[in-house]
Design a protein around this ligand. Sequence first.
Ligand code: ATP
Ligand code: LTN
Length: 332
Amino acid sequence: MNIVLSGIKPTGIPTLGNYLGALKNFVKLQNEMTDYEFFMFVADMHAITVPQDPKELRQNIKNLAAIYLASGLNKERLTLFLQSEVHEHVALGNVMQSITYMGELERMTQYKDKMAKQETGVTSALFTYPALMAADILLYDAKYVPVGEDQTQHLELTRDLAVRFNNRFGETFVVPEALVTKVGARIMDLQEPTKKMSKSDDPANKGCIYLLDPIPVIKKKIKSAVTDSDTKVYYDKENKPGISNLMTIYSVITGLSFKEIEAKYAGHGYGDFKGDLAEIVAREIGALQERFNQIIKSKELDEILDQGREKASYLARRKLSKVYHKMGIGRN
Ligand code: ATP
Ligand code: LTN
């Protein structure tokens, strides 16, 4: 079975960054890669590596599962599940920790960034997180892992661990590859365009578009995005990070290249461009919200998650027992 797999943490309401950098790409890949099976999961065990409010976490998990479906993934070719309901993830995560070196984890930038933000109370789980992420992927022999740019370092570590395990204990894991889109892999904050748009940021942040924000709020956030004092619409990431970020959003949704967008807005100011972009984003996210509102009310979501858990558990159980056997753990 050829598998494409990815996960998102339920650490808040997913953002436009998650949608354009990850979800929209999953849908595109699912349409293109017709001989692959798609495994998508809610990485709830990853969410607790930073403090969570239990009530909010439970809601975020459900919302994220519904957002996967609302983003347009075809449920007939999708195994959707919660990481915490397939216990083999944590077990293989522990195995992965036993072949991961401290130095490798210390080099991870996501951990370093989060550590810098959170002055006290950094947990050991935040540190060992990449070993659990490797387990998520290797458990299913996933061949491709679509992620945003910020995850490529974790994917490299996963590949190293797969090769290391195979060399030590014999061929066991498929060595996976990251699939990173060229445009949209890093959507920046609208108020601070040199910083990644992140769902675990302050929910009141006007620079972050949450997928469940009311549509007028989304439009307002786009119209009040920070731009430079120039008025010409052209792509220059270094000197015009604000407008370049907005052009990236425009490009990913419409499929127009930067050159085409520049030509379209030649002679127009930022106001026209932002006004159009606000409408474009509102249409795309509005359609997603309509599907979301139906899914979240229906019983179907639980049925899909039950089926996903069964299918994922079957594969995960088989793989974990092979791993234990090769390592000499247990009685068989
Ligand atoms: P957190 O704020 O809790 O760290 P996050 O918003 O960065 O979370 P993740 O759950 O870590 O999101 O990421 C889910 C997927 O979305 C990953 O594939 C990640 O690469 C992608 N992604 C996250 N933020 C962005 C962004 N700003 N632009 C593009 N892709 C993104
Ligand atoms: N670490 C990822 C989320 C994640 C993931 C995975 C992505 C956890 N396990 C397995 C792909 C495959 C993140 O922070 N975005």
